[in-house]
Design a protein around this ligand. Structure first.
Ligand code: NAP
Ligand code: ZN
Length: 347
């Protein structure tokens, strides 16, 4: 089946319209007509081969929402017409300890929604900047938000779960002081979710223009991380910091803000490494720097249900498919409030 898509033919070419093929649904597959797809900074890293190993053509997109159009004979949980989502994972081994625990994101054989190994043409997975996708039902999520919010639900499938999973894992809730560094797609969801979980939330931004906006997202305080005075006022006070910045930067200015036993978790995945942090800042107060990757399928469903119950969606700017290259340039300048979402009907 031929499907309209946008993708890149090489690391140095802009994205362009193309046709791709999708498999017919197998017994456990769900076929989805994609309504909207969010634009993640990871899409840019991948399209431009900044992490190396990108296979072309590259059709990015892992914040997918739409409606089921067909299901395989063994599919139990979905029926045509259902509103569903697909995030960053479309397959895994289904047998290892991680898969058994519902942490498919840490399976050694996890297959990403794009650039992952597959028997389907062209030999690697192609993502959500396309009209349709076929996915094993295990990796399909149910959406219970009202349909009119569907475009703003799309970013929950990556930005939402990538911030939810560490916030939950490190016990963020009432009585905890939590920092969120970088107010982009991930960061703005981190603020909304940490606030909804009952924490005291401090947003760290390099952009003075986001100071008021971060409060509207749910931050109790906003700190301009370029200001040593503003940073100094928060020394040794945080239980947890979630760092979403997409570029290498000085981690020490944040580790010194952690309390004894506090943790800063990195989810930003820059193309080049950060400078090594000053170990004495860690040793002296038993502080930790950790990492976290997206989230498992059950916790993604838990996050979507929590967001539906609490009326949480992303703040988005909807774009046509032919605006994607311009959207990438704006995202690289930090000029997005706070997630671009493609209207896939314009493909
Ligand atoms: P984004 O929307 O571009 O936001 C990143 C934010 O980081 C920017 O808005 C900016 O916030 C801040 N920033 C960017 N460059 C900076 C610099 N040089 N110095 C200081 N701050 C800077 O990106 P995103 O989609 O949220 O993704 C963020 C990162 O997470 C990317 O590297 C992405 O690949 C990665 N990611 C990781 C996972 C995972 O599983 N771990 C999942 C998804 C994405 P301010 O203007 O507020 O400073
Ligand atoms: Zn992503």
């Amino acid at each position: 089946m031929k499907i309209k898509a946008i993708g890149a033919l090489s690391a140095t070419q802009p994205l362009e319209a193309m046709e791709i093929s999708r498999r017919e649904p197998g017994p456990h597959d769900v076929q989805i007509e994609i309504a909207y797809c969010g634009v993640c900074h990871s899409d840019i890293h991948q399209v431009r081969s900044e992490w190396a190993g990108t296979l072309y053509p590259c059709v990015p997109g892992h914040e997918i929402v739409g409606r089921v159009t067909a299901t395989g004979e063994h599919v139990q949980r979905y029926r045509p017409g259902d509103l569903v989502g697909v995030g960053c994972i479309v397959d895994s081994c289904k047998q290892c300890e991680e898969c058994e625990e519902g942490l498919e994101n840490y399976c050694d054989n996890m297959v990403g929604t794009y650039n992952g190994p597959t028997a389907d043409a062209p030999g690697h997975t192609l993502g959500g900047y396309s009209r349709q996708i076929v996915v094993h039902e295990r990796y399909v999520l149910r959406i219970s938000h009202p349909e009119e919010q569907l475009a703003a639900v799309a970013p929950l499938l990556c930005a939402g779960i990538t911030t939810w999973s560490p916030l939950r894992h490190w016990g963020v809730g009432p009585g905890k002081k939590v920092g969120v560094v970088g107010i982009g797609g991930l960061g703005h969801m981190g603020i909304k979710l940490a606030h909804a979980l009952g924490a005291h939330v401090v947003a760290f931004t390099t952009s003075e223009s986001k100071r008021e906006a971060a409060k509207a997202l749910g931050a109790d305080e906003v700190v301009i991380s370029r200001s040593p005075e503003e940073m100094q006022a928060h020394r040794k006070s945080f239980d947890f910091i979630l760092n979403t910045v997409a570029a290498p930067h000085n981690l020490d200015i944040f580790t010194v803000l952690l309390k004894r036993d506090g943790t800063m978790t990195l989810v930003g995945a820059p193309a080049t490494p950060h400078d090594s942090p000053e170990v004495f800042n860690l040793i002296m107060k038993r502080r930790a720097i950790a990492g976290s990757m997206i989230g498992g399928i059950p916790e993604t469903q838990e996050m979507l249900d929590f967001c539906a119950e609490h009326g949480i969606v992303a703040d988005i700017e909807q774009i046509r498919a032919d605006q994607i290259n311009e959207a990438y340039e704006r995202m690289l300048k930090g000029d997005v409030h706070y997630r671009f979402v493609i209207d896939n009907a314009t493909l």
